[in-house]
Design a protein around this ligand. Sequence first.
Ligand code: HEC
Length: 97
Amino acid sequence: MLKFAAAALASALLVPSAFAQQKKPAAAVGFPDAPGKEVLVSKCFQCHSPNMWMDQRQDRRAWESTLYRMVGRGALWTEDEVRQMADYLGNVYGRKQ
Ligand code: HEC
């Protein structure tokens, strides 16, 4: 009985964490580490998949205006968040790459 309870507990603990692990990194896969990544990853998947923008290359200013377009479409971001995401995008998805 104890053994069974332990096994049931173990699988109850394992299953949800396996799900959580699959879900988040799947969305975050392929994003290079750089300042602002956490903000971007937490904000950019709410309305569409990252395929919408991942193949684009533009400079920081152009990314910033893209971000304000998203704000126009309903994104609720602070100026600070927009700045961090623009920094990240301009850095990692900038023209130089
Ligand atoms: C509030 C919802 C929302 C969020 C959050 C959002 N977007 Fe968008 N985005 C949209 C909509 C709506 C479209 C238009 C979709 C279409 O054309 O099918 C779009 C399209 C785009 C496009 C292509 C069209 C264009 O205007 O350039 C890019 C690039 C883009 N999003 C980037 C981003 C990035 C980067 C983030 C995260 C920082 C983000 N989006 C987060 C709503 C959002």
